[in-house]
Design a protein around this ligand. Structure first.
Ligand code: ATP
Length: 248
């Protein structure tokens, strides 16, 4: 995993400025959330880190490597989207092994990796199934295992829980949160759901209209909002949020 630095990043699409001078860093092993209303630039930020958009200006560093002009397939990022996009002509295990196979990882090692990840996600018994026979939550776990199997420098998650029911979302939130922490994954988590970000992320960037309004721990953002916008956006539907007191 790596430390990710975004330095003064701007992306314009014609007349639209999707992101406007965004700077932030994601520490090695950290889960950074990006929240904000529709159209504020969350997905564009994620896609630019993944290499699927070329910034109009600014730089992206993975550790000390400037990857701003490096194509996506050479950045080694793991991607999890709301649409699971699993390959239906392959079993679950084959789906998870696909990325490592493309990377030239030896057969036994990629099988071991796939089995380990699937069992960590509680779906080891589904390895030989066709993905189309799985539930939405199971497919999302396979998607996550597949993204992690390439041992990415950063895991990019874009609204991964969309389309799942509330109860399943809560369960996956806990499970995925602990798994990412256990594996010490550096991750960027894009969501419009404040609660999801609060519970899963080490720090949160609140975006509005292409720029970062505030970057801080969930507690800082919730208890000491830097702007009126942050205050309104964060407090919206999380009145019952209780922070666990830090000890030690
Ligand atoms: P949502 O929560 O709705 O997914 P978002 O915060 O992820 O929104 P982006 O998808 O990053 O927002 O979009 C930011 C702005 O850039 C929007 O105004 C959007 O219309 C515009 N935009 C994004 N991609 C393109 C594109 N390929 N061409 C033109 N405009 C784009």
């Amino acid at each position: 995993m790596s430390t990710i630095t975004i330095d003064d990043l701007t992306k314009r699409f014609g007349e639209t400025t999707a992101i406007d001078g965004v700077s932030l860093s994601i520490d090695d092993g950290e889960i950074l959330g990006i929240v904000g209303p529709s159209g504020c630039g969350k997905t564009t930020t994620l896609r630019t880190i993944g290499g699927f958009e070329t910034p109009t200006s600014g730089r992206i560093l993975f550790d000390d490597d400037d990857v701003t002009r490096v194509p996506p397939e050479r950045r080694n990022v793991g991607l999890v989207f709301q649409s699971y996009a699993l390959f239906d002509n392959m079993t679950v295990r084959e789906n998870v092994q696909f990325g490592p196979k493309m990377q030239g990882v030896p057969r036994q090692e990629r099988r071991d990796r796939a089995d380990r990840l699937l069992s960590m996600l509680g779906i080891g018994d589904l390895s030989d199934r066709d993905p189309s026979t799985l539930s939405g939550g199971q497919q999302q776990r396979v998607g996550l295992a597949r993204a992690l199997a390439v041992e990415p420098r950063i895991l990019l998650l874009d609204e991964p829980m969309t389309g799942l029911d509330a109860q399943l979302k809560r369960r996956l939130r806990d499970e995925i949160g602990s798994l990412l922490t256990e594996l010490d994954v550096t991750a960027l988590y894009v969501t419009h759901d404040q609660v999801e970000a609060m519970e899963m992320c080490d720090r949160i960037a609140v975006m509005n209209d292409g720029h970062v309004e505030q970057l801080g721990s969930p507690r800082e953002v919730y208890e000491s909002p830097a702007t009126q916008f942050v205050s309104e956006f964060i407090s919206l539907d999380y009145p019952e949020f209780a922070f666990v007191e830090e000890t030690g």
